[in-house]
Design a protein around this ligand. Sequence first.
Ligand SMILES: Cc1ncc(COP(=O)(O)O)c(C=O)c1O
Length: 383
Amino acid sequence: MIPFIDLVAQQRRIRPQLEAAFLRILDHGAYIMGPEIYALEAQLSSFCGTSHTLSCSNGTDALALVLMAKNIGPGDAVFVPSFTFAATAEVVAWMGAEVVFVDVLETTFNMDPLSLEKGIQAAKKKGLLPKGVIPVDLFGQPADYDALHAIAEKHNLWIMADAAQSFGGTYKGKKVGALAESTTTSFFPAKPLGCYGDGGAVFTENHDLLKIMESLRIHGQGEDQDKYKNIRVGMNGRMDTIQAAILLEKLTIFPEEILLRQKIADRYSEALQEVAETPFVRDECQSAWAQYTLKVDPLKRKEIMEGLQQEGIPSVIYYPLPLHHQQAYSSYSWATETLPISESLSKTVLSLPLHPYLDPETQDHIIKTFCDVSTRVRAKKVA
Ligand SMILES: Cc1ncc(COP(=O)(O)O)c(C=O)c1O
């Protein structure tokens, strides 16, 4: 079976540098908040052109750190797309605030500005206080930030971009990380830039927000960085030094890897457009291609996946159920809302293996098998 994401080839490429980095950490012994943490934060800021980067424990805690810093709580409404990974919504629920689910666009899978506007009106009618929006850059493509900012400004809302899947992407020539007041990302191993465990970061231009998050990240410590003096209720949100060292090495080859991902995505799209609906990326965006996600006939999806599987090709459904239909949110006011695009996408999407080290022969095998299986399955329908 072809691995869905293959991290072995990448590790082989940078193994000597990783080993040298591990030895440096064994020598200096600063396993927590070591020098690699601060070096990584500086490198990430310069990579995406933002003033401040705060590394942290994972992409979920990155989202939570911003919400905590902003004192989000009961009675507040935060707007989240329904077609995303659980983390985007659950952090809002942690704060005791209302998760308001918003639909996405059929083309890009990202937050629909019109549905956001509707959600804001509905939240106000329910007596909630709209506070912020968390657009997700699904599968690697940045959301339409200009359109979303226009709505946010009108209603005096902040935007926190959930860029867990899009770090390395761009929107109108600007890098992800510099597209909103705050941006969060994940360095989970399977992400475009991944470490060898859990990791995450927040990017921001807002110095005050940064200072609060620095404190929250270490149990709400005070200005003198004494974690035994707690000036606010915080958390343990630190990234391990060893993960920062891994990311520093991976960052050196990351721009090239994004180009390699793009090349494979282009090849797939050219070859598969006759048999499936291939991903749509807006002209002003560069996707980080965290996933290559097609749309297929919902009645044939299972058969296509089985056909691929028989030829040793894994495929994955991101996401089989929109969040507003998940049991976890069944008691929320927005659970009964109809969000038709999120609901239909969960029945039609299918992601294929894509990573920078997928060799041309394997790409050919995936393309040929997908075309054969789709044609066979479609022919059956006619018969
Ligand atoms: C859209 C989105 N947000 C947040 C997260 C959470 O990141 P982490 O797994 O690092 O907590 C993920 C991870 O898959 C994600 O895809």
